[in-house]
Design a protein around this ligand. Structure first.
Ligand SMILES: *Cc1c(COP(=O)(O)O)cnc(C)c1O
Length: 382
């Protein structure tokens, strides 16, 4: 697909607006109708059909940001994942999933797929060989998450896209951590791009939403299942999400810059054992990250030196919030073992390299000096 000849901030601010033909307001009017006339219209509009005026407009913005033909907006990231996978797969299909992935998605697969007779396996690593060795005759889809949560592992998008084409498989990626500002997977041959819009697209910790984008053919297939599952987003929230996305590039670029500075600072700190950030030269996948990412993102993880209490560290923070989720304008920190990866259980976590003391940090837009000062006083309190 040909990229729109507009800069990223221009796409964020302008693409996919509903024109206010009545009053000429500068922003999209909000259409809350659940009943539209269909007499003489080419579309039968109904919110659950993902075709209300505000949904259609915002989908255009998302598609433009991901360089895709079409997109759909959902009520959460998990609604986007579940609707897309159930739309693309059927009984007897097999899917290859990566070794580490978002805990909720992992839980969906292991709990729900068996009910539908969909087979799956997880890789033992992130190399081409790790993915290739899991592919079977009935493999229909290869699923990726890069950078991965919470260890920021990087998968080579171009390499997986090639592998999938050789085996006639669809590729789908959870692109939440990178955001469309830092990574556009379809440019490397990936078919379907998912975002938890609860994160960078919303960006203010006040919206739950998800998006899927891809070719018109794939989106039509996902749409025909999604209208049965009904996971669309309320138009009011669609409208709020459009407002949030106007500033997404400004926010994400700032958050990525802060994260890089903080990662470098943490790496030198004597109380820190290890830092996981794809923008550090010490990251094992730095070269691949540099090839496929425009920026390295606002997320990082780190481990304190042995014997230091990571919970006490988080409780000692004043500015950085010890709270769930990520990607808001405020910096937040959490323990994956206590939250996103709790359901995996201690054994599976250990296998995936997620230690109980691992901390995941989401960089906000604050001044980096203020964040670093807060982290430093929390270290000093240990
Ligand atoms: C939050 C998140 C999801 C799920 O999104 P929800 O909006 O919470 O349903 C999926 N993948 C990643 C990487 C996430 O961070």
């Amino acid at each position: 697909m040909k990229r729109l000849n507009l800069g990223i901030n221009t796409i964020c601010a302008h693409v996919g607006e509903v024109e206010d033909t009545q009053f000429k307001g500068a922003i999209s009017p909000l259409f809350m109708a659940t009943s539209y006339s269909y007499d003489g219209m080419d579309t039968k509009r109904y919110p659950r059909c993902f075709n209300s005026p505000n949904q259609e407009a915002l989908a255009k913005k998302v598609a433009a940001l991901e360089n895709c033909e079409a997109a759909m907006i959902f009520g959460s990231g998990m609604a986007a994942i579940s609707h897309a996978l159930l739309g693309l797969l059927q009984q007897g299909d097999h899917v290859v999933f990566p070794e580490t992935m978002y805990g909720g998605a992992y839980n969906f697969i292991v709990k729900e797929f068996p009910k539908y007779g969909i087979e799956f396996s997880f890789t033992q690593g992130f190399s081409k060989e790790h993915f290739r060795s899991e592919i079977k005759a009935n493999t229909k889809l290869i699923y990726l998450e890069t950078p991965s949560n919470p260890l920021m592992k990087i998968t080579d998008l171009e390499m997986i896209a090639h592998l999938a084409k050789e085996h006639d498989c669809i590729t789908m990626i959870d692109n939440t951590f990178a955001s469309p500002i830092n990574q556009n997977p379809t440019d490397f041959g990936i078919d379907i791009v998912m975002h938890s819009a609860t994160k960078y697209m919303g960006g203010h910790s006040d919206i739950s939403a998800g998006t899927i984008s891809g070719s018109q053919v794939h989106m039509d297939q996902i749409w025909s299942t999604s209208i049965n599952l009904g996971g669309h987003l309320s138009d009011y929230t669609v409208w709020l999400l459009e407002r949030s996305m106007k500033t997404m590039a400004l926010r994400v670029k700032r958050q990525s810059k802060n994260a890089k500075k903080i990662a470098k600072w943490l790496e030198k700190h004597e109380q820190v054992a290890k830092v996981y950030y794809p923008g550090l030269k010490s990251h094992p996948d730095y070269a691949i990250a540099k090839k496929q990412m425009k920026g390295f993102g606002g997320m990082l993880s780190f481990e304190l030196k042995e014997g230091l209490d990571s919970i006490a560290f988080m409780r000692a923070l004043h500015l950085v919030k010890y709270s769930l989720s990520l990607a808001g304008v405020e910096s937040t920190i959490l323990s994956p073992a206590e939250t996103s990866h709790f359901l995996l259980g201690p054994e599976e976590r250990k296998k995936q390299g997620i230690s109980d003391g691992l901390l995941r940090f989401s960089s906000g837009i604050e001044e980096k000096e203020d964040i670093i000062a807060d982290l430093e006083q929390a270290f000093a309190s240990l």
